[in-house]
Design a protein around this ligand. Structure first.
Ligand code: VG1
Ligand code: CO
Length: 545
């Protein structure tokens, strides 16, 4: 055993964002860059010696090198054992499931999620704690502070790199490396939650599904669950082979990046059900035949029908949604007599509510849905939940959603992303908007829209009392409409402004308008009040979902 202490110097900017540290691959390839961050994580975790760490990633470019490095560093930092997914692969929700099931100390996830991969793309790393959830803000801030003081890191320098492409147990210095099947624990958990017999019968009755894994880590999970366990015909899962560059695509399941799937789901011959997951398989997109569902509506419909699904038969303790997510779920919570919590963007804010039993289902507008079964959003879980509902209700995606709108009203919803704005300009836009807040309440914006209140969202965690300020500017209109502005915390180039637009329509006679048209007045007001075109110099949003 030969542990080396390597002198190093801090890198600026190793502060985790909405979900871990994400940078261009070239940044992570700099000598010591990954090592510094990993050492800072270990230094910030007292009591990790002698413990078990879970390790895996979404298979993107640089995943394998990072696995080799982290294994050697875990050995040198006194971990007793690392559980690593075969091939270095583990989806984000699977890491969460493995940490919880095997009572591990924590886990490291190698992913930049929905960001593009490959040598020119992005890489990322994130630490999850013993509850299986993303490190809370106080921990990510402590990790960042440590990166800024780091003088050395420890690494095991002896011997060959460990083979992590075949199952089994190996030794690295004083540490055990156990290579596990990335799918097994996760697939078992899904079978505890959902009615696999009903879903098998749905496929046996010649219903068809198309699952697009976007050449990312969801492929092996989807094949094992839909094709092997549920008997869906081979070919149900497309783009099921994880590729280092995701085939050159954005592994981001939304109407802008999953156009192929949307096309495949249109027309009389289309499958009954379509779905996709992102780079690390924690996001989901749900489609019916000729029908695109918003994630906010998805959360609301799942909550409405949760007791049809075995894992949620006892009902929901509460619902939680990120602030920009539409308020469709709030209506369901009110009908069920439970609380709908409103948290800042990012799954780390759901952890305490889930641990304390205050929420059962959680969701974000960004194609993220999940529950208390793990502490991450979970793409395959959401797809199985929908499939279970289709199978047990005998209804289609569109029928379920239209019935939901008829009962609760429709929340027209869209997100406009303005990408690649020079950081200084985006900061100026937000600063101006924040400065204008006191004068906005009461303003009549035309088209019957009057601002009732305007603020910068702050969140006090009801469990530990921690406060998170500056989580997004909200304009709340008297008729219940909303506009929210915030800057992305996952991008790696310039700044991305996200503008979230929502309008509530109770009358079923008006539930069939084109979404952008229904939101037209709000889109106009957003640009007028924030000066988006003026600040960004751009003529239109880059991505509309
Ligand atoms: C985005 C989404 C947010 C999500 C985060 C991580 O963050 O808006 O809802 O939790 O990505 O998702 P931001 O700060 O860029 O808006 V994933 O699937 O990329 O880990
Ligand atoms: Co993701």
């Amino acid at each position: 055993m030969s542990i080396q202490t390597v002198p190093t110097r801090p890198f600026a900017g190793q502060r985790p964002g909405t979900s871990g540290l994400r940078k261009k691959v070239a940044v992570f390839q700099q000598p010591h860059y990954l090592e510094n961050f990993v050492q800072a994580v270990f230094d910030t975790l007292p009591g990790h010696e002698g413990q078990t760490l879970v390790l895996g990633g979404d298979g993107r470019f640089h995943n394998r090198e990072a696995v080799c490095t982290i294994l050697r560093m875990a050995a040198a930092n006194g971990f007793a054992k690392v559980l690593v997914g075969r091939g270095g692969l583990l989806s984000t929700p699977a890491v969460s499931a493995v940490i919880r099931r095997r009572a591990a100390f924590g886990g490291l996830i190698l992913s930049a999620s929905h960001n593009p991969g490959g040598p020119e793309g992005d890489f990322g790393i994130k630490y999850n704690a013993a509850n299986g959830g993303p490190a809370p803000e106080r921990l990510t801030e402590a990790i960042y502070a440590r990166t800024q003081q780091l003088e050395a890191y420890r690494i095991e320098s002896d011997g060959e790199d460990i083979d992590f492409d075949s199952l089994g147990t190996r030794r690295l210095g004083g540490m055990i490396v156990e290579v596990i099947d990335p799918v097994a624990d996760y697939a078992e958990l899904m079978q505890q939650l959902f009615d696999f017999d009903a879903m098998r019968a749905w496929f046996a009755a010649d219903h068809r599904m198309r699952f697009d894994a976007m050449s990312a880590v969801g492929g092996p999970y989807a094949r094992a669950i839909f094709e092997d366990l549920l008997g869906a015909p081979a070919g149900t899962v497309v783009n099921g082979e994880p590729l280092e560059d995701f085939g050159g695509h954005h592994p981001d399941p939304n109407p802008a990046h999953a156009t192929e799937l949307i096309a495949a789901l249109s027309g009389a011959d289309a499958p009954d059900f379509g779905a996709a997951s992102d780079g690390d398989a924690d996001r989901n997109m749900i489609l019916g035949r000729d029908f695109v569902l918003t994630p906010s509506d998805s959360l609301a419909v799942l909550a409405e029908h949760a007791t049809r699904v075995p894992g949620y038969r006892a009902g929901l303790a509460g619902i939680a949604r990120s602030m920009p997510t539409s308020r469709a779920a709030d209506k369901v919570a009110a009908a069920l007599g439970i609380t709908c919590h409103e948290t800042p963007t990012g799954w780390k804010f759901f952890g305490n509510l889930l641990d304390a039993g205050q929420a059962t289902l959680c969701g974000e507008e960004s194609y993220g849905t999940g529950s208390n079964h793990v502490r991450e959003k979970d793409g395959l879980w959401a797809v199985l939940f929908w499939l279970n509902l289709l199978a047990s209700s005998g209804r289609s995606v569109e029928e379920l959603v239209r019935a939901h709108w008829a009962r609760f009203g429709r929340h027209y919803y869209s997100r406009h992303d303005w990408e690649g704005i020079p950081t200084a300009r985006a900061d100026a836009l937000m600063a101006e908007l924040r400065a204008s807040l006191p004068s906005l309440a009461g303003r009549d914006c035309g088209d019957g829209l009057r601002i009732a209140s305007a603020d910068d969202f702050a969140y006090t965690d009801p469990v530990d009392g921690s406060v998170s300020n500056g989580q997004g500017v909200r304009l709340l209109f008297a008729d219940g409409s909303r506009i929210v502005f915030r800057l992305s915390g996952t991008g790696t180039e310039g700044a991305t402004l996200r503008v979230y637009l929502e309008r509530y329509e109770p009358d079923p006679a008006h539930h069939d308008q084109p979404v952008q048209q229904a939101l037209g007045a709000l889109i106009r007001i957003a640009d007028e009040l924030a000066g988006i075109r003026r600040h960004s110099g751009m003529g239109a949003a880059s991505v509309v979902t």
